[in-house]
Design a protein around this ligand. Structure first.
Ligand SMILES: NC(=O)c1ccc[n+]([C@@H]2O[C@H](COP(=O)([O-])OP(=O)(O)OC[C@H]3O[C@@H](n4cnc5c(N)ncnc54)[C@H](OP(=O)(O)O)[C@@H]3O)[C@@H](O)[C@H]2O)c1
Length: 359
């Protein structure tokens, strides 16, 4: 029995009622009936909606939408791969992490690679690995390697000449090499700040400047800067790193505007955490190696996924790409729209994370 059906319990006629009682009881009865009708209509509507959802029409429609989206994505992916087929792509920091994955992804897409790094042996090993990989249907090319240190301005000029000799020109320059840092500003030697700036900012700037004239002459080229979400927001105990990435963002934003008239593209990619050796290789306040795999880095995005995103950004000629989760992406907006809140969040983070000498 419906517990809400109170009609049967309404006073019967033989009961003795006062003259005023009949009126309000009838009204109560009507209200209850009305309520019942509404409930019945609602459950009927619910049943009809469920029928529609599970009907034979909606499922094929949904599957069709998913299929069209997947096909569209596949076509886009093939188109972006086609964009770099036979293109000369230079990758710095190819010996490890994201650079190594970019080498694999661009090689598989048919690019002619020039792999750069400090460790000649690691570069040769990667070259052998790429030569041995036959999983791709696209025609691949044997990469060249160029060894130099980005903190050595003299070496960069020579390296740029060597890079240009490989294929005669450069289509895409991926400034990927970089170094991270952990430390408190007050304890950090200025030499450490300079080293991080040399690697992450002056090195890529010098290499870009050395290769730019040849791109301008050909009216063709694409410069990519692998920055970081920390190029858009500063996080405590990463001062030198965040500063170098902010400088990178600013420089390549200027470059984009200046070389547009030469038909040269500039893309700044700002990833969040990636599962690489970046934190292991980071420098500390006294210049020693940090040597710790941070939990955030270990739980970051896979470098191969980020490398595919870099390829997609090049293929689609994107200007600025943020590859981060919701929280860091929101933090970027918070820094602009609610700076006071952002600063107090960072101060609270600094209080929590502060460890004397080692951060
Ligand atoms: N991992 C992350 O969470 C993350 C997040 C955002 C942005 N990024 C950026 O991604 C880029 C790649 O870093 P990764 O994560 O792949 O780190 P990684 O595994 O440590 O790789 C860094 C690469 O940079 C090279 N390098 C460092 N100092 C150099 C120098 N002075 N001259 C020439 N090459 C040098 C390293 O070469 P050696 O092998 O010779 O040391 C290595 O190949 C960096 O720009 C980094 O800032 C990383």
């Amino acid at each position: 029995m419906d517990p809400l059906n109170l009609v049967p319990y309404l006073p019967r006629a033989e009961w003795s009622l006062g003259p005023g009682d009949q009126g309000w009881l009838t009204m109560l009865g009507q209200v209850l009936k009305e309520y019942q009708t509404c409930t019945r209509r609602r459950s009927l509507l619910r049943a009809r909606v469920m029928d529609f959802v599970t009907s034979t029409a909606i499922l094929p429609l949904l599957l069709g939408c998913v299929g069209v989206c997947s096909l569209f994505k596949l076509l886009q992916w093939l188109r972006t791969r086609a964009c770099v087929r036979n293109a000369v792509v230079v990758i710095t920091g190819a010996t490890s992490g994201l650079g190594r994955e970019c080498a694999r992804v661009f090689h598989a897409a048919g690019a002619k690679l020039v792999l750069c790094g400090r460790n000649a042996e690691a570069l040769e090993e990667l070259t052998r690995e790429l030569a041995a990989s036959r999983a791709t249907k696209v025609q691949t090319h044997k990469p060249y390697t160029v060894t130099f240190d980005l903190t050595d301005p003299g070496a960069i000029v020579g390296a740029a000449a060597e890079i240009l000799q490989c294929f005669g020109y450069v289509d895409v320059l991926i400034n990927n090499a970089g170094i991270s840092y952990r430390g408190t500003i007050v304890d950090t030697n200025l030499d450490v700040d300079r080293r991080v700036m040399e690697t992450n900012y002056f090195g890529p700037v010098a290499l870009t400047k050395a290769l730019l004239p040849s791109m301008i002459r050909r009216r063709q080229g694409h410069v990519v800067a692998i920055s970081s979400i920390q190029g858009k927001i500063s996080v405590p105990f990463r001062s030198a790193y965040a500063a170098s990435k902010h400088a990178t963002q600013a420089f390549f934003d200027c470059l984009r505007a200046e070389v547009e008239r030469h038909d040269i593209e500039v893309t700044v990619v700002s990833p969040g955490y990636i599962q690489t050796s970046l934190s292991l290789n980071a420098v500390t306040a006294d210049g020693s190696k940090y040597g710790v795999m941070d939990e955030t880095t270990a739980q970051g995005r896979s470098p191969s996924q980020v490398a595919r995103d870099v390829l997609a950004a090049v293929g689609k000629k994107k200007k600025d790409v943020v590859l981060a989760d919701v929280a860091p992406s929101l933090a970027v907006y918070l820094r602009t729209l609610a700076p006071r809140l952002f600063f107090s969040l960072m101060a609270s983070r600094a209080r929590k994370e502060w460890k004397p000498k080692r951060c």
